[in-house]
Ligand binder design. Structure first.
Ligand SMILES: CC(C)(CO)[C@@H](O)C(=O)NCCC(=O)NCCS
Length: 528
């Protein structure tokens, strides 16, 4: 009886990993327990008594220290010195996150070695990262594979602080003439996410598939998409990196076929207004795909990189956007371990139901304008309140709205775009958007704007989408999100729940029509 009580307490307070470590650290206590209680314990484990309903996640926006740019490769000692400077900062963040009870911390893409490399100058920063199937705790067996000081340090940070640690680093894999695709320098170089469990064991290795622009000069893409997941007592996790988020593989497959609960998303995201700012787009992906997303962005003001968050399917739980300082920032928040188990009406969501059922609203005069190199069809919101429809190709967008009072010097438009985006990557879009123009000159509609003064009492946006992958975005003045202030209805309408806390920059349904994307290879931002 006594043993059972102990375990009852254990099962409340300890998760699986913690119990295993207890067994290692206090074998006497475990053998003291009767076999009956051990049986009960195993039964409880089988019943999922150790599964956590909620968990605490941390993401760190890291202000990366860059190496001096060189044309000649530095020594591996010098490379490690730079990487240790970054890991010194990550270490503080990891300790702080663990102290706040976080089960997992995610750190950004390029957060250890930085940017601006050639294949040759990147090489000294790379380590040969083995497949996690080898069952390796680098911290306790540092010599088992080739030199791997970065893996060893990350592994020790995970085990010392009893927290899952995710980081982004470089992997190298030698190859030779027997492989017809082997690069002429005799190696593959991969942009790689690694995850360690709270014992320091390497549990995941993911090679980025969709390389962005200049990255293709120093990294190779894997030949096939890698679908990397790992299970924990607080849900199933999947990984992908940065530009991957715009494409079907592996991002959508992880959610639709592998049913992950949380996406781990290290990124070095360059903000693009009005629709592709980090906090806006990544939180919309979490809502549209109905998973948690742990988005950790690099912080680099000179490259317009900022914006990290802990995003849930029903809205952002925590987010950070700081275009002013050069500081890093830690976010810690609680999430549902298995958001898919709290089924909502959204599982029956049809993004075009409302828009295809109603008779189109009045069509006002149209004009065209450019949003991030795409030519949209626009119609101005000329009244204080009204209903408006604007169409392009097969996409019609409907808006109902009411402004509190329109500021004299502000113009808002409803826009539709149905076409292939071709700048900095090729991907097919169907977008319905309400946005604030750059000025009262309607030629400026679609240009980046960060401040607004017009308040909306109400908005309802919908579109006749040909895809069910639609991301609902709401971005407010000052580049802020609007948690709890809007909702998606099962008929595909994006509606305000109340007067938004700040004036609106944009309200957008950002649809991705994957079937219309150009075929692989996986170099969507072809520059070579
Ligand atoms: C938003 C977007 C897509 C517009 O073209 C672009 O600004 C962006 O941030 N792309 C992803 C960046 C990326 O993969 N960085 C890692 C290597 S530097």
């Amino acid at each position: 009886m006594r043993g059972k009580t102990t375990f009852k307490i254990c099962s409340v307070w300890l998760d699986n990993e913690m119990f295993l470590s207890l067994r290692v650290r206090a074998p006497a206590m475990v053998s003291f327990l009767s076999s009956w209680s051990v049986f009960i314990f195993i039964l409880e484990m089988g019943l999922g008594a150790f599964a956590l309903d909620k968990y605490t996640a941390a993401v760190y926006e890291h202000s990366v220290i860059l190496a001096e740019s060189t044309t000649e490769p530095v020594s591996s000692e010098e490379a490690l010195k730079l990487m240790n400077k970054n890991m010194d900062i990550l270490e503080e963040a990891i300790k702080m996150a663990a102290k706040q009870g976080a089960h997992i911390i995610v750190t950004p893409e390029d957060g250890i070695y930085g940017f601006s490399f050639t294949r040759e100058t990147l090489y000294p920063y790379l380590e040969d990262i083995p497949d996690p199937q080898v069952n390796w705790i680098p911290c306790t067996e540092p010599e088992r594979f080739g030199p791997a000081p970065v893996l060893v340090r990350l592994s020790c940070l995970a085990s010392d602080n009893a927290i899952y640690v995710v980081a982004n680093m470089g992997d190298k894999k030698p190859c030779n003439f027997t492989d017809p695709d082997c690069p002429s320098d005799g190696r593959y170089q991969y942009n790689t996410d690694v995850a360690f469990d709270s014992q320091g064991k390497l549990v995941a290795r993911y090679h980025k598939l969709n390389l962005f622009m200049m990255e293709q000069l120093h990294f190779d893409a894997p030949k096939e998409p890698e679908l990397v997941t790992f299970n924990t007592t607080f849900g199933k996790f999947g990984l992908f990196t940065c530009f991957d988020i715009l494409f079907h593989d592996p991002a959508v497959v992880l959610v639709s076929n592998f049913h992950v609960d949380t996406i781990i998303f290290p990124t070095a995201w360059i903000n693009v207004l009005p629709h592709l700012t980090a906090i806006e787009f990544h939180s919309a992906w979490a809502m549209g795909m109905r998973v948690n997303v742990l988005a950790s962005n690099t912080h680099l003001r000179s490259r317009n990189m900022t914006g990290s968050g802990i995003y849930a399917p029903d809205g952002p739980t925590a987010f950070h956007y700081d275009a002013k300082s050069e500081n890093g920032h830690l976010l810690v928040a609680e999430l549902d371990s298995r958001p898919s188990l709290s089924p909502t009406y959204l599982s029956a969501l049809n993004w075009s139901l409302f828009a295809t059922t109603i008779k189109p609203f009045s069509e006002e005069p149209n004009f065209t304008g450019v949003v991030f190199f795409d030519e949209y069809t626009f119609s101005e919101l000329t009244k204080q309140a009204g209903n408006l429809t604007v169409c392009q190709k097969s996409l019609c967008c409907h808006l109902s709205y009411r402004m509190t009072e329109q500021q004299e010097d502000e113009r808002y438009v409803l826009g539709a775009f149905d076409g292939l985006h071709t700048v900095e990557g090729e991907y097919y879009l169907q977008v319905c958007t309400l946005l604030k123009c750059g000025s009262t000159d309607l030629q400026t509609c679609g240009q980046p704007v960060t401040a607004a003064y017009t308040q909306f009492d109400y908005f309802s946006l919908s579109g006749t989408f040909s895809t069910n992958y639609v991301l609902p975005e709401v971005l407010l003045s000052g580049v802020q999100l609007a948690p709890g202030e809007f909702q998606v209805l099962s008929d595909g309408r994006l509606v305000s729940l109340k007067h938004t806390s700040q004036p609106v920059l944009t309200v957008t349904l950002f649809g991705r029509w994957f079937e219309k994307d150009p075929p692989h290879p996986y170099t969507h931002s072809r520059i070579l």
